[in-house]
Design a protein around this ligand. Structure first.
Ligand SMILES: *[C@@H]1O[C@H](CO)[C@@H](O)[C@H](O)[C@H]1NC(C)=O
Ligand SMILES: *[C@@H]1O[C@H](CO)[C@@H](O)[C@H](O)[C@H]1NC(C)=O
Ligand SMILES: *[C@@H]1O[C@H](CO)[C@@H](O)[C@H](O)[C@H]1NC(C)=O
Length: 220
C-alpha cells in the first residue's frame, strides 16, 4: 500500500474497510492529484504552465485551478486545457503579480483532492535612476545615487575606471542599500575625478549604466 498518497481521512477509510474486509483495499475510485510545480526559473514577459494529473479517481471528474484561494477564470493571460484525467494551466505574459500559490483541485462524485504549489516570478534588473556627468570644484561634497528595480532586488555597486589599473574597481565608502547605491564623498579632491559606472546584479542578470565623468576643477 502506498502510504505517501494516503491522507488521515483516507487512512481511516482504509482501516475501516480493512477491518470490514480483512484485507487492504486500494481506493482507486478516490480522486487524487499528483504533486506538480512550475519551472525553477520563470521570468517576467515569458509564458509558463503547470500540469495537474489525476493519478486515481473515476471519471467524470472536474478540475479547478485557484490562485491564492481564488478561482482562476480562463481569461486574459490564463488558459486551461483539461482532459478526463489531467488539466494544464497556461499563463501568458507573466509579470510580478503572477507570483502566488496555485492550487489544482480535483472533484468527483466520491471525493476531492488538491495540491498547491508556489510560483515566484523573477525579474531582471532595470535602472530607475541613472547618474549624469558632474562638474564640480575640489572640496565640494558629492552624493550621487544609482537605483535599480528587479526581483530579487538587485545589488547596486559603483565602480571607478582608473587610468592605470586593468578593470573597473569598486568604489570604497559607497552607501549600498536595497536596490541602490550612493556615491558619497566629502571634500572631493582631484584624485576623485574620473570615469564611473553603476552595476546592478540580482543573480538573474547583470546590467551597467553608461559611464559618467566626474570632473573636478582644482582651487586656484
Ligand atoms: C504562499 O503561501 C504561503 C503560506 O500561506 C505564504 O507564506 C506565501 O507568501 C505565499 N506565496 C506567495 C508568492 O504568495
Ligand atoms: C561637506 O560636508 C561636511 C561634513 O558634513 C560639511 O561640514 C561641509 O560644510 C560640507 N561642504 C559643503 C561645500 O557643502
Ligand atoms: C547581494 O549581495 C550579497 C552579498 O554578496 C549576496 O548574499 C546576495 O545574494 C546578493 N543579492 C542578489 C539579489 O544577488
Amino acid at each position: 500500500m502506498n502510504l505517501l498518497f494516503i491522507t488521515g481521512f483516507d487512512l481511516l477509510l482504509a482501516i475501516v474497510s480493512t477491518s470490514l474486509q480483512f484485507g487492504f483495499a486500494y481506493r482507486n475510485d478516490l480522486p487524487r492529484v499528483q504533486k506538480f510545480s512550475f519551472p525553477d526559473l520563470v521570468i517576467t514577459g515569458q509564458r509558463t504552465s503547470a500540469h495537474c494529473t489525476a493519478v486515481s479517481g473515476t471519471p467524470p471528474m472536474n478540475f479547478k485551478w485557484l490562485k491564492d484561494g481564488q478561482i482562476i477564470k480562463p481569461v486574459q493571460k490564463y488558459s486551461i486545457r483539461s482532459g478526463a484525467d489531467y488539466s494544464i494551466l497556461f499563463i501568458e505574459h507573466v509579470d510580478l503579480t503572477t507570483s502566488g500559490n496555485y492550487t489544482c483541485e480535483l472533484t468527483s462524485s466520491v471525493g476531492v483532492d488538491k495540491y498547491t504549489t508556489v510560483l515566484e516570478v523573477k525579474e531582471p534588473p532595470k535602472w530607475i535612476k541613472e547618474p549624469k556627468d558632474l562638474y564640480i570644484s575640489a572640496g565640494e561634497n558629492i552624493s550621487i545615487e544609482c537605483s535599480a528595480a528587479g526581483y530579487p532586488v538587485p545589488n547596486v555597486t559603483w565602480m571607478k575606471l582608473s587610468g592605470y589599473k586593468d578593470g573597473p574597481e569598486e568604489v570604497k565608502g559607497q552607501q549600498q542599500i536595497r536596490g541602490k547605491s550612493i556615491l558619497l564623498k566629502k571634500h572631493t579632491g582631484i584624485e576623485d575625478a574620473g570615469f564611473y559606472i553603476c552595476v546592478a546584479d540580482n543573480g538573474i542578470s547583470k546590467i551597467q549604466t553608461n559611464g559618467i565623468i566626474l570632473s573636478i576643477s582644482g582651487k586656484m
